[in-house]
Ligand binder design. Structure first.
Ligand SMILES: NC(=O)c1ccc[n+]([C@@H]2O[C@H](COP(=O)([O-])OP(=O)(O)OC[C@H]3O[C@@H](n4cnc5c(N)ncnc54)[C@H](OP(=O)(O)O)[C@@H]3O)[C@@H](O)[C@H]2O)c1
Length: 189
């Protein structure tokens, strides 16, 4: 069976922030980025979002097949035909992807970090909006050192003000945890 492809999508500021705080709605991205996000979501077989992101955008996401990460369930719990809650502390989330070809990782920071730390990010679509928050949530916030390498596949300017869409693919097969040092490193680069 073909391995599901996990593709993360995120929009960030020039200073690398994806939100001001954990409950900040993404109403600051450009219409062109929102359009790209909608097209991307339509292509996915399932999307994965953290509890906070899902709560904030529940209405917009309701039409999509979703897996929501939350510790509020013991293992997994199906809420309706399109919504599965899953606890990443007790369930290996990637086993849930087996029926799917394209898994869209919608964030936020905790969820992107979960995928990064487990070497589950195959591709990344990153939109850079030409604004600055000064402080806020970064794309990833790991408690350990990670080294995951990507290659730039394409760039596209989405509008006149210079919103950039970058597409990256992972360059290596896997990332290893150096147990003793508590660090992650990637294999043969
Ligand atoms: N700019 C962008 O592209 C973008 C994309 C998505 C989201 N966002 C923004 O990001 C912010 C939310 O980010 P966030 O960091 O709070 O992350 P999040 O991943 O949306 O939600 C975090 C919550 O999800 C559950 N969770 C996620 N990963 C987990 C793990 N490894 N282990 C256990 N539980 C886990 C926990 O829920 P429980 O507390 O229920 O256990 C945790 O409190 C919002 O402001 C949202 O608008 C921005």
């Amino acid at each position: 069976m073909q391995k599901p492809r996990c593709i993360a999508i995120a929009v960030m500021t020039l200073d690398g922030k994806i939100a001001r705080h954990h409950h900040h709605f993404t109403d600051w991205s450009s219409p062109e980025d929102k359009q790209f996000l909608r097209e991307f979501l339509k292509r996915t077989d399932v999307i994965v979002a953290g509890h906070n992101t899902h709560e904030i955008a529940a209405k917009e996401l309701a039409q999509y097949n979703r897996i929501v990460l939350t510790t509020s369930v013991v293992t997994t719990e199906r809420r309706d035909e399109k919504l599965l809650l899953s606890n990443p502390e007790t369930v290996d989330v990637k086993t849930l992807f087996e029926p799917y070809k394209l898994v869209g990782i919608l964030g936020g920071m905790d969820t992107y970090t979960y995928f990064l730390e487990r070497d589950l990010l195959d591709e990344l679509y990153l939109t850079i909006e030409p604004i600055i928050f000064g402080r806020g949530l970064p794309l990833f916030e790991s408690t350990r050192d990670v080294l995951a390498k990507f290659r730039l596949e394409s760039t596209k300017q989405l509008n006149e003000k210079g919103t950039l869409l970058l597409h990256y693919k992972k360059t290596v097969a896997s990332a290893k945890i150096l147990e003793n040092e508590g660090r992650y490193v990637t294999n043969a680069l």
